[in-house]
Unconditional design. Structure first.
Length: 82
């Protein structure tokens, strides 16, 4: 299982929110393909749950450890016109 954390904001709000979700994926080891699969599923779930949200950052670790699966940062400059 993977623990994914989102850092995002909603239009018109001046604060950054965080949300943590758990994602189950097949397999027992983290390999490059599984990291991409978890990232894709995480992005899909974010867009489904927060269709107008501005995603700033997303990171995943293997549940119960500090093993980083991925970290994605999105340029904050493109959100200046909120």
């Amino acid at each position: 299982m993977y623990a994914v954390t989102y850092w995002y904001s909603n239009p018109g709000e001046g604060l950054e929110r965080t949300q943590r979700i758990n994602i189950r994926m097949p397999g027992t080891k983290v390999v490059p393909d599984s990291a991409f699969d978890v990232a894709n599923e995480s992005l899909r779930l974010f867009r489904e749950r927060h269709p107008s949200g501005h995603l700033r950052r997303m990171a995943a670790v293997v549940e119960g450890s500090s093993a980083i699966v991925f970290e994605l940062n999105f340029a904050a400059d493109i959100f200046r016109n909120e």
